[in-house]
Design a protein around this ligand. Structure first.
Ligand code: SF4
Length: 179
């Protein structure tokens, strides 16, 4: 049933990622997610991977409508021995992002010309984001929630549970759009 996606799922597994196939139409895009960015995130506006510097939820809804498939990418980490998870989050998400980006490149090589990754968390390829103009645009990707994806619901549709407030287990979640 997975057909042409099997290679990518296997490749993800070799990288230590779990990959779950979903129909792109089963990924909910909701306007209300924007509230979480604009009124609740202390990093709002500080990175070019995040609102208000990226495409709008409305535009993204049109874009995802042109995709048929996606992989939910899950990178689970045992962080029970890490004393300050907030401090460690930068390195964790960067490492996870690079694995997922490699999978995006692989998808392109396999013929998914419009493969595009939505990365875990905001871009931290530079210590301080150059808000005037991205200096590593080839690495600039935005997070699923930044464009309105309700990750919790998307994961539920794949039979998965996204847990919050569990510092002993950190889960990085990405979405690889495929067409
Ligand atoms: S690559 Fe650097 S300049 Fe570009 S969005 Fe990321 S942190 Fe900002």
């Amino acid at each position: 049933m997975l057909g042409k996606f099997e290679d990518l799922i296997e490749k993800a597994s070799e990288m230590g990622l779990k990959a779950y196939f979903v129909d792109a139409g089963d990924i909910p895009v909701e306007n209300r997610i924007a509230l979480k960015c604009a009124y609740g995130c202390r990093s709002y506006g500080k990175r070019l991977s995040c609102p208000p510097h990226i495409i709008t939820v409305e535009d993204f809804r049109k874009i995802i409508g042109e995709y048929s498939s996606a992989l939910l990418l899950i990178d689970e980490r045992d962080t029970s021995q890490i004393p300050d998870i907030q401090e460690a989050w930068g390195e964790i998400r960067k490492d996870s992002f690079h694995k997922m980006l490699e999978l995006e490149y692989e998808a392109f090589r396999e013929g998914f010309t419009f493969a595009h990754l939505l990365r875990p968390g905001s871009c931290n390829e530079c210590d301080t984001c150059n808000l005037k103009k991205c200096i590593k645009p080839e690495l600039r990707r935005f997070a699923p929630e930044a464009v309105g994806i309700n990750l919790q619901k998307a994961m539920e549709k794949a039979g998965l549970v996204l847990e919050f407030c569990k510092p002993e287990k950190t889960t990085c979640v990405g979405v690889l759009l495929l067409e």
